[in-house]
Design a protein around this ligand. Structure first.
Ligand SMILES: [Mg+2]
Length: 234
């Protein structure tokens, strides 16, 4: 028996293009370097994730602040109200979110294997993340009892306690579990520390860290290929 633990954002579906598109729509300009935009936006996400998870601040206000900080640091022309407008535009784009056909194929392949348990470990405000589970129709492949949203726990990624919780839920030992995620520090580093296997989705081509994931992919096609191969392996 093996466990496959997915992150949601930028793993089961790609949200980076939606974040950039929302900013471009509100500012009326083309973002010159989307990788740099995402890098700063995600750096800012780390700053107030805990307040978000505890429900102290709303997802809209948090995202609005992240947008304004990113606009400011990139020297883009913006008004204070643009951050929240971009957050609204992003939510609207997210309301049409869907899994790619390739990701559906991957999940079908894993779900067809009785020796595989599928699960999710995702960070964020409880209501917001569960809404994504519903929007993406993840019930089709994932048992809700095997989904952990950090907002429902006292912990934040990359706290290793979250991985222990997952091991108990799945009833599996660390070496039988794979973490699939896009954020090295929050998804992969704790998996390496816990003795799990891991697949790192490194879309932005970041330099390799000291302690490596088992598998590193750079594009969605490579991710599909790697996961389909895993679903066929013993
Ligand atoms: Mg992610």
């Amino acid at each position: 028996m093996k466990g496959i633990v997915f992150d949601i954002d930028d793993t089961l579906y790609c949200r980076q293009d939606k974040l950039v598109k929302a900013a471009e729509t509100v500012l009326g300009v083309k973002i010159p370097d989307w990788r740099e935009f995402i890098r700063i936006y995600y750096e800012k996400s780390d700053v107030n994730m805990e307040a978000l998870e505890s429900g102290e601040v709303s997802t809209r206000d948090t995202n609005g602040w992240r947008y304004n900080e990113t606009f400011r640091l990139l020297g883009l022309p913006y008004k204070q109200s643009d951050g929240c407008l971009a957050a609204d535009a992003y939510l609207e784009l997210q309301s049409h979110m869907a899994l790619s056909e390739d990701m559906e194929k991957v999940l079908d392949a894993f779900a067809a294997d009785p020796e595989t348990k599928l699960s999710i470990l995702t960070a964020g405000e409880s209501k917001h993340q569960w809404h994504k589970v519903d929007m993406l129709g993840l019930d089709r492949w994932f048992d809700r009892a095997n989904i952990i949203v950090t907002g429902d726990t006292p912990y934040s990624k990359p706290d290793i306690e979250l991985l222990s919780m997952m091991e108990s839920r799945l009833g599996l030992i660390p070496s039988d579990i794979w973490m699939i995620g896009d954020n090295y520090d929050k998804d992969i580093a704790p998996a390496v520390k816990a003795g799990w296997h891991s697949v790192w989705i490194n879309r932005r081509g970041l330099p390799p860290p000291e302690r490596r994931s088992d598998i590193e992919v750079f594009t969605d096609d490579e991710l599909t290929e790697a996961l389909l191969k895993m679903s066929c392996a013993d």
